[in-house]
Design a protein around this ligand. Structure first.
Ligand code: 6R9
Length: 657
């Protein structure tokens, strides 16, 4: 049955639960009214909503943005000044000093949870800001954070924000090479790391990874190390500093400095369709307004609720919805160090029960993995505290949606399927749960101020009809939009504003149904989405060809039952090299080592040749079809230099996936 037919056959699925509607911040009429106002007069709308933050110097200008080619410029609240840490911490002290800000749930179930109040958070962040200053970090300097999912990661982010340093978080699953590229990319002065990162009962040696990375770093950043497991590590005298020791000595008096709204708050590297990952730059004022407002309305967060986003702070979801959005709203936010299946597949639900979680936000890949483990893991836990469920990172298939709705939400929790990107800072298309009924698999309607349009990919023209299918673009700016690519303004314009002039191009395909609901159909560029993680096929290809035995490689995505997409690699070996099972494993390990475990190839096919046009361009369209086992629709192959290559590839298509 198609997604659409299923939704239509069961009208009650997706309806807003009555008890939820009654208490929600935004009902249907309010949504319509506010949305219309946000589009007709964005200055007035955001001028008003910007006031949810405490400004040191209030802004007088609200919006100054242009998507015009050659003149791309995005500025919000540009003459205002504020401090992000003061907004996320200090301003809550009076009313909620003793309220828990962060609940830390460690990987090991035998280790007690920690409940960090706003007052304790203030103390830690102030001290760490002083430590950073002692280490010579000043406003505008870059600090790389390479930490496990521990409270120190949040302290580090907020301490940087407090002194105006720009953080760049590197996911703890990334390899030394990936870390080195990011340290060099922003010329970081300091790397904050830990001895080890416990996860799923295993440990990643973060400190030795950092040591290895710094061998390849152009400048000599200092290293501040948190002792998480307290095991022995190597130590470079004069370069390495002990977090615990310095915090003991540090003063807890530190005044947050005044920062311009348009100064950068953080850089976060993300994959694009070409070349190396891009350093996405986010601003201070607009980003925080947007992260806080979307957190409150999308999740219908109310004072006293316990909010849990299961993402890692190494991804944008962790930035906006573990740390900045929730803390700006004075929320209680859960930080979970572990994985959904350790020590058993009931861990998520055990944590929900233990901390009486009210809003739970995770990725479809986790839902699918847990769904496959059987319902008993959910059923043995009391999930009555849950009021709302969220999904992010990739399209959610209706089977997973229905399971999430019935087994986890017991049919009583609205599901918010939130479409957004590293580049967007916060949700762009998402149901507001008290206002918009949902359909399994649709991200539904735009958030305030967001103007999605569907363009015909060939003509680049807007498709005006309600029902439409094409590429998803945005017509105008919103405060959480990225401000640029670190150190490369040209790439910003090239990547997002050059394919469709006058629009921000998301890279996603999309359909709009007769009710005006948006359905994201996946990336239309060479980015694949593996378990909700973005991966440029070019990155995996360049890792493969860096191996001495590989002559050429082409990488595509293919449907994978749990990960959404798997990584399929076509590899042409050097002339005298024999394809063996050992080499197969060696190449998988090699890519893991070069990028990190998330880039591990799922399937490698030995390819004596790759399908190319006469001008030498690899025809990925054909490789995608072969990887998908879809040979009937290879399309036009007349431009191929050597059509026999394709027959050979089809014959040898490995059928393990
Ligand atoms: C937040 C995040 C962005 C890409 C995006 C799209 C996919 C994210 C989605 C979704 C369908 C959703 N994506 N949310 N697709 N429905 N609710 O994931 O950021 O890592 O930058 O990835 O993820 O393809 O373009 P990021």
């Amino acid at each position: 049955m198609s997604v659409k037919a299923k939704a239509a056959a069961a009208p009650e699925v997706g309806a807003i639960p009555e008890n939820f509607k009654a208490k929600a911040h935004i009902d249907a009429a309010t949504y319509e009214k506010m949305y219309a106002a946000s589009i007709s007069d964005p200055e007035a709308f955001w001028g008003e909503h910007g006031k949810r933050l405490d400004w040191i110097k209030p802004y007088s200008k609200v919006k100054d943005t242009s998507f015009e080619p050659g003149n791309i410029s995005i500025k919000w609240f540009e003459d205002g000044t504020l401090n992000v840490a003061a907004n996320c911490v200090d301003r809550h002290l009076k009313k909620r000093g003793n309220q828990t800000a962060i609940i830390f749930e460690p990987d090991d179930i035998h280790e007690p949870a920690q409940y960090i109040t706003y007052r304790q958070l203030h103390n830690q962040v102030s001290k760490l800001a002083n430590v950073l200053e002692q280490l010579g970090i000043r406003k505008g300097d870059r600090v790389v954070i390479y930490l496990p999912m521990i409270p120190e990661a949040a302290y580090a982010m907020l301490a940087c924000a407090r002194i105006g340093a720009v953080h760049s978080i590197v996911f703890a699953g990334f390899s030394p090479d990936a870390l080195a590229a990011r340290v060099n990319g922003c010329d970081a002065k300091l790397v904050i790391t830990a001895d080890y990162a416990p996860r799923g009962g295993r440990k990643t040696p973060l400190k030795s990874n950092t040591d290895a990375a710094l061998l390849h770093c152009i400048h000599d950043p200092k290293v501040l190390m948190v002792r998480r497991t307290r095991e022995q590590t190597t130590w470079v005298e004069g370069r390495d500093f002990d977090y615990g020791e310095m915090m003991l000595e540090a003063s807890d008096v530190q005044h947050p400095i005044e920062i311009n709204a348009e100064d950068p708050l953080f850089i976060l590297y993300t994959s694009g369709s070409t070349g190396h990952p891009k350093g996405v730059v986010h601003s201070t004022g607009g980003y925080l307004v947007y992260a806080a407002m979307t957190h409150q309305y999308t999740f219908d967060y109310h004072d006293g609720d316990v909010f849990w986003c299961t993402a890692d702070v190494g991804w944008v979801t962790g930035h906006s919805y573990i740390v900045y959005g929730p803390l700006a709203n004075g929320a209680t936010t859960v930080m979970f160090e572990g994985v959904p299946t350790y020590p058993d597949p009931g861990r998520f639900w055990e944590v929900c029960e233990k901390h009486k979680v009210n809003q739970f936000y995770t990725a479809p890949t986790a839902i699918r993995a847990l769904m496959g483990q059987g319902d008993e893991w959910v059923e043995k836990h009391d999930l009555s505290s849950l009021k709302l469920l969220g999904s992010v990172g990739e399209p959610i298939n209706p089977e997973a949606w229905n399971w999430y709705n019935e087994k986890v939400g017991k049919g009583k929790c609205p599901i918010v399927d939130t479409w957004w990107q590293t580049e967007t800072g916060g949700h762009l298309i998402t149901p507001l749960p008290g206002a918009i009924s949902t359909k399994p698999g649709s991200a539904t309607k735009p958030f305030f101020g967001v103007q999605p349009v569907i363009l015909d990919p060939q003509s680049g023209l807007e498709i005006d009809s309600v029902e439409a299918e094409g590429v998803l673009c945005l017509k105008d700016s919103w405060p959480g939009q990225m401000r640029g690519v670190w150190d490369d303004h040209g790439r910003f314009e090239q990547a997002y504003f050059s394919d469709y002039k006058g629009y921000y191009f998301s890279g996603d395909g999309c359909r709009r149904d007769a009710d005006g609901y948006y359905w994201i159909t996946g990336r239309v560029d060479d980015v694949i989405n593996v378990s909700g993680h973005r991966m440029g096929t070019a990155e995996v290809e360049s890792a493969l060809v860096a191996h001495a035995k590989v002559a050429e490689a082409a990488v595509v995505g293919y449907p994978h039952p749990v990960k959404g997409q798997g990584i399929y690699c076509y590899v042409t070996l050097m002339n005298d090299v024999e394809p063996t099972q050992e080499l197969y494993q060696e190449l998988r390990q090699w890519v893991r080592h070069e990028i990190g475990p998330i880039a591990s190839p799922d399937l490698i096919q030995w390819a004596p040749g790759l399908p190319k046009t006469r001008s030498g361009k690899i025809m990925r369209r054909i490789l995608r079809k072969i990887a998908e086992n879809d040979y009937g629709s290879l399309g036009d192959t007349s431009t191929l230099a050597d059509p026999s290559v394709v027959e050979d590839l089809i014959e040898n298509r490995m059928n393990k996936g």
